[in-house]
Design a protein around this ligand. Structure first.
Ligand SMILES: Cc1cc2nc3c(=O)[nH]c(=O)nc-3n(C[C@H](O)[C@H](O)[C@H](O)COP(=O)(O)O)c2cc1C
Length: 202
């Protein structure tokens, strides 16, 4: 049995990252009997951006929170509950201006929560979300895995940093690159990603 949390974030209806990530979730679920897939669709159900109540309340004890802080932290609690309930987390994202879609950034801002997702120790931050496997399914118009654009890839570098701060360090990346170089290049990139999905889920 596996509890899979699928997080999709593409603004595009014909999203490559969503398609490949859905397939991965389905194949991983088939691999273990009684698996569940919870889908957090950040495009259909966008989160509000964090605000002052969140920024001032995120590290306070519950008994010190104002009603406005409690309300906004309930969003974070709910998202974190989903994350803790999962043993496998799949994050699908297209590259938007060298980084991740803003709805996924808002999601990360809610879950990277001191005292819940990580804590500060004398040796530095310690992640509290342990024992999870994460898959990043990342689509890009250009090529960033090699060549001159590599230095502008803030997509997996950012997600790896945020996840590892929270203790999620077992991360597999599936890239769908060069989709802007025409329909044939896009088909090839999706097909290569699907092959990798099949191999990972085998
Ligand atoms: C607003 C916008 C900005 C984008 N910025 C970049 C970029 O900086 N680099 C890149 O390689 N592709 C960029 N793209 C192309 C997308 O990464 C590409 O279409 C990818 O397939 C999107 O993921 P999706 O198919 O899951 O929607 C951009 C696309 C849009 C719509």
């Amino acid at each position: 049995m596996s509890n899979i949390l699928l997080i999709t974030s593409s603004p595009r209806l014909e999203s490559h990252s969503t398609k490949v990530a859905r397939s991965l979730a389905g194949q991983l679920a088939l691999r273990a009997p009684n698996s569940t897939v919870a889908h957090r669709d950040l495009t259909r159900e966008p989160l509000p951006h964090i605000d002052d109540s969140f920024a001032t309340g995120r590290a306070l004890p519950v008994d010190q929170l104002t009603p406005a802080q409690k309300e906004v932290l309930a969003i974070s609690d709910n998202l974190l509950k989903e994350v803790f309930a999962a043993d496998t987390i799949i994050i699908a994202a297209g590259m938007i201006n060298f980084g991740i879609p803003s709805n996924l950034k808002a999601y990360i801002d809610y879950i990277v929560r001191p005292g819940v997702a990580f804590r500060y120790t004398e040796k530095g931050p310690e992640g509290l979300i342990k024992g999870k496997k994460a898959y990043l399914v990342l689509a890009r118009g250009g090529i960033y895995s090699e060549g001159p654009m590599q230095q502008f890839n803030f997509q997996d570098t950012y997600l790896r940093a945020a996840l590892s701060l929270m203790g999620v360090t077992d991360i597999e990346v599936i890239t769908i690159e060069g989709v802007a170089f025409g329909p044939e290049a896009a088909d090839r990139a999706v097909s290569a990603a699907m092959d990798k999905v099949a191999a990972l889920a085998a």
